[in-house]
Design a protein around this ligand. Structure first.
Ligand code: ADP
Ligand code: MG
Length: 376
């Protein structure tokens, strides 16, 4: 059933419009967002579609192909709506809290973004609803302010302490581009990213590994980074350069904290280097940066699991130019930069490695850079 179908079935009328927002893949720059650093995501063609019609003021009803019953709520505060509908209630709350007069609405959702795979189905949901409510209410909210509003919904209302990456990608990415985002200033640069024209492709490998301890581990990484910045006397780890890394590490006693800092500082530099290479048209040369990013996440930030490490190793052995886990970690997806005509061989090699290790089979597909959130 499409979002329109479910809207008609549940509400007995036509939606006023359809709004779509994508999931995302982060090409490079992991856990750098909450350190005021750099990220480089692109939008997936997979997206969440919201079919929406304005309704009585102060009342919102939402249904989803994911759930049985529609959920209705009024002007709520964080904690009052829980479960999947909290993402929608959070968007309404965040807009109201920022002083906007949010139109009441009936909303039906459908999505083909894999849930819980690190491709950000949560941001796709938030961004589709946010964009619909802004359009229908004619709210004066420029694009660059929108991600932070959606992030607040997820942080404060849903209670998930995520950075600005996911919502920025879903809202600000453009077709055929990667989004170079400065997470301190929210400045963006749209980097041309049309791999097919170069005979290249990004293969996404969903490890299908069960996510474990994600929230706790994420919180621990975040705390370690914030504590390190405090000890170093900088606003955020973004303010430590690769040149200053040796000095910074010398000021930290804790071995684990030193490794966390090394990941963030080197990862920020890898994002900058990747952007330079892409701008110069040297796309194949970003491969080693992707692979170095993976090693840093595996050894220094310690956020990978055997399923993603094996996906990276087997893709590289099958000829990928570079490969890395993408997303927050502890499962999720790997991306590999490959020659487009080698996709079958790389997929076969990864599947074979999974079979040998006794893992649940991965799901693989070629990802192209799709558009950001918009009315259809
Ligand atoms: P990720 O963002 O990596 O996919 P999250 O745990 O952050 O994983 O978000 C997944 C949650 O978002 C789901 O458990 C569900 O509550 C909600 N969600 C995502 N898409 C939809 C949808 N189309 N309809 C209802 N809920 C959704
Ligand atoms: Mg999410």
């Amino acid at each position: 059933m499409t979002a329109s179908d479910i809207f008609r079935e549940r509400f007995g009328t036509e939606p006023e419009g359809l709004w779509a927002a994508p999931g995302r893949v982060n090409l490079i720059g992991e856990h750098t967002d909450y350190n005021d650093g750099f990220v480089l995501p692109f939008a997936l063609p997979q997206r969440t579609v919201a079919a929406v019609r304005t309704a009585a003021p102060g009342e919102w009803t939402v249904c989803s192909t994911f759930a049985d019953d529609p959920i209705t709520f009024g002007e709520t505060e964080p904690g009052e709506v829980t479960g999947w509908a909290s993402y929608v209630a959070g968007i309404v709350w965040s807009l109201r809290d920022a002083g906007f007069d949010v139109p009441g609405a009936r909303i039906a959702l459908d999505s083909d973004v894999p849930v819980g795979a690190g491709l950000s189905s949560s941001a796709a949901l938030e961004s589709s609803v946010l964009t619909a409510l802004i359009d229908l209410g004619r709210l004066d909210l420029p694009l660059e302010r929108r991600p932070a509003l959606a992030q607040r919904a997820e942080n404060v209302y849903v209670g998930a302490p995520t950075g600005i990456l996911d919502q920025s990608a879903s809202i600000r990415c453009q077709q055929g581009r990667a989004l170079f985002l400065d997470c301190r200033t929210y400045e963006v640069d749209q980097i041309p990213f049309d791999l097919a024209a170069e005979g290249l492709a990004i293969l996404v490998i969903n490890s299908n590994a069960p996510h474990q301890h994600v929230d706790g581990e994420y919180g621990a990484r975040r705390k370690s980074c914030e504590e390190a910045a405090r000890i170093l006397g900088v606003p955020a780890l973004r303010d430590v350069s690769v040149d200053g890394l040796g000095d910074a590490l010398g000021k930290l006693d804790d071995e684990v904290m030193r490794r966390r800092v090394r990941h963030i500082v080197t990862e920020n530099q890898r994002v900058l280097d990747t952007v330079e290479l892409l701008r110069a048209g040297r796309t194949r040369d970003i491969g080693p940066l992707l692979t170095a990013s993976h090693a840093s996440m595996r050894d220094d930030f310690e956020i990978t699991v055997p399923q993603v490490d094996i996906a990276v190793e087997s893709a590289l052995a099958a000829g990928a130019h570079g490969a890395r886990m993408t997303g927050g970690g502890f499962g999720g997806c790997v991306l590999a930069l490959i020659e487009a005509d080698r996709a079958d061989q790389v997929v076969a090699a990864v599947e074979k490695a999974y079979t040998k290790a006794g893992f649940t089979a991965p799901t693989c597909w070629i990802a192209t850079a799709g558009p950001g959130a918009a009315r259809l």
